[in-house]
Design a protein around this ligand. Structure first.
Ligand code: ATP
Ligand code: MG
Length: 561
């Protein structure tokens, strides 16, 4: 446990400290990438509890992913010690589930209602056809709640019950929301119900990293925070602790045409005099691009024959650069295969991170159903998962014959492996385990300590940082992504630009951007132009490997915060 008290804010810079120690009332922290959002949020909670006598049980911290919630919880434990357990930390879905569990009867649900899994949903959909009312009735008959309803039902409940609203407002007097730019309509409504307009709501985020509109997120809620909440205080964090000055300059220029932050700037805290420029490689083909990645990694980590973990040097500083320091980012999953092939051929270990939900993996639904229905299973939850896997594997060893079962024994084995860490994290709480599974616990194949190059999509890279980043496929058509026949929509292009910005700002020391002149997309090979997003970056920031590209007009300007 870190020292609590006057020293608590010592590890923050001046603006982080202003944000962490701001008085109550609505507070919006507009913070760019690498400016220490999680550090600021956790220190604010710790400061309020340790210095201003706020009760930890009056605090509710909401994140968007389970991984982020776990990180927040871990850091709060470090700052506050055991009392951190009294802070409610969770995702929007787990919050909705908690409210529904506490008010099941009022919501017309049995106390032991369950969350529908994919098989439940498919069965109800098959029977109900196009009739959404009927669909819900079918679920209810089996005491099931659909995933979306974890938010819509609590909202409906609170809307009709002022006393309940008062109860929760009293209980969670202090609310903190991370990544507020990703809030959607129903999450926003839940927040409005939980927090009065002049409440102690602290929202932190970066509108220029809003990349989830395809899931219903609306950055507009971030932009109009001060209209929604009375006398909202605004604090900006601009000091970036992550990236070298050239990487930051390129990122800021890249986002400028669509920036939603007034006077967007990111000041480098790191001022290494000899930081390398951003590498730019115009590849002739996808294979050439993959070879460039292999060649460069090989140079950075050391020759193939005499590779050693501490042979890398950056800026004349001796670094212990290893494969785990390197990430390859791409727009679409389809881009991974040629890179994985080339790295594997060169004996470079790779790990691919996926954002897939556990419940979408083959075998997982069957195991979850077995766990729920079988009484005979005994032992720890992890042991029960193994047993359930065995039962499922045995059962499917023969039915696969009629074509109904699609679960192969190897799927079941890998499902058990994927479920075991979640089972351990949930202790012996089966309901918690099934709830987490249903609310979208992710397959996390990424091990930060693995001695391997990490491959991941730009979306999956959000929030992460790596000493060396390759951003491949920086081509019009991929970045911005375009579907055949689809009209270019300025809002969609702006979101793609934000995704590009997210990608660039993952890099700490070295950033390489590459594009191929030809690529197979939608079944046919076509010529590709370098991404228009590269046009607005000062050519002087690139260490170029090829010819200059013609400039193209900028995208239109959007709203500013
Ligand atoms: P993103 O928007 O990309 O998620 P972020 O704002 O969440 O970025 P963090 O990951 O919290 O940024 O911080 C980026 C890096 O800067 C981390 O390595 C963190 O430890 C470091 N950092 C943050 N604040 C400070 C500080 N005051 N002093 C030193 N290092 C800091
Ligand atoms: Mg972050």
């Amino acid at each position: 446990m870190e020292e609590v008290g006057t020293g608590l804010l010592d590890r923050l810079d001046a603006m982080q400290r202003v944000a962490a120690s701001a008085p109550g009332g609505p507070l919006l922290i507009v913070a760019g990438p690498g400016t220490g959002k999680t550090r600021t949020l956790t220190h604010r909670i710790a400061y309020l509890c340790a210095e201003l006598n706020v009760f930890p049980e009056r605090c509710l911290a909401i994140t968007f992913t389970r991984r982020a919630a776990e990180e927040l919880r871990h850091r709060l434990d470090g700052l506050l010690g055991p009392v951190a357990e009294d802070v409610t930390v969770g995702t929007f879905h787990s919050l909705g589930l908690a409210i529904l569990r506490e008010n099941a009867e009022a919501a017309g649900l049995p106390a032991d209602f369950r969350i529908a899994d994919d098989a439940d949903r498919a069965a109800a959909r098959a029977e109900a056809g196009d009739d959404p009312a009927h669909y819900t009735a079918l679920l209810r008959k089996q005491d099931l709640v659909d995933l979306d309803e974890l938010l819509t039902l609590p909202v409906a409940l609170l809307r009709g019950d002022r006393k309940l609203v008062a109860h929760y407002r009293d209980r969670w007097e202090w609310i903190f929301v991370d990544e507020y730019q990703d809030v959607d309509d129903v999450q926003y409504e839940l927040l409005r119900l939980l927090s009065p307009a002049d409440g102690n709501l602290c929202a932190i985020g970066d509108p220029d990293q809003a990349i989830y509109s395809f899931r219903g997120a609306d950055v507009g809620y971030f932009l109009r925070f001060s209209q929604d909440f009375t006398d909202a205080r605004l604090v900006r964090l601009n000091r970036n602790y992550r990236s070298s000055a050239p990487i930051l300059a390129a990122a800021v220029q890249a986002i400028a045409p669509s920036s939603l932050v007034r006077g967007r700037r990111l000041d480098p805290a790191r001022l290494d005099p000899e930081s390398p420029l951003v590498g730019r490689y115009p590849a002739t083909s996808v294979a050439d691009e993959a070879e460039f990645v292999v060649r460069t990694i090989d140079e950075l980590v050391g020759g193939l024959s005499h590779r050693s973990l501490d042979s890398g040097r950056i800026d004349g500083r001796s670094t212990s650069l290893s494969f785990s320091d390197i990430a390859v980012l791409y727009r679409t999953d389809a881009q991974a295969a040629p890179i994985v092939d080339a790295l594997t051929r060169a004996n470079i270990p790779v790990q691919k991170r996926s954002h897939d939900r556990l419940r979408d993996r083959p075998g997982v639904a069957a195991i979850a159903r077995e766990l729920r229905h079988a009484d005979g299973l005994d032992g720890s939850l992890a042991a029960r998962v193994r047993l359930a896997g065995q039962v499922v594997a045995d059962r499917f060893a023969v039915p696969t014959l009629d074509g109904a079962g699609t679960v192969r024994p190897e799927d079941v084995r890998s499902a058990v492996d994927l479920l075991t860490p979640l089972a351990r994290r949930c202790g012996d709480d089966l309901e918690l385990f099934l709830g987490q599974l249903a609310t979208g616990a992710e397959v996390d194949a990424l091990d930060p300590r693995a001695e391997a190059v990490t491959l991941l999509t730009l979306h999956a890279a959000k929030g992460l940082e790596f000493p060396v980043v390759f951003l491949v496929g920086a081509e019009d058509g991929l970045l911005p992504l375009r579907w055949p026949g689809a009209e270019p929509d300025p809002d969609a292009v702006a979101e793609e630009r934000r995704l590009f910005f997210v990608g660039l700002t993952r890099a700490q020391d070295r950033l390489y951007v590459s594009h191929a002149a030809r690529r197979v997309r939608h079944g046919s090979e076509r010529e590709c132009r370098p991404s228009r997003f590269l046009d607005v970056i000062d050519p002087g920031l690139f260490e170029r490997f090829g010819e200059a590209e013609p400039r193209r007009p900028k995208d239109r300007q959007l709203r500013l915060i």
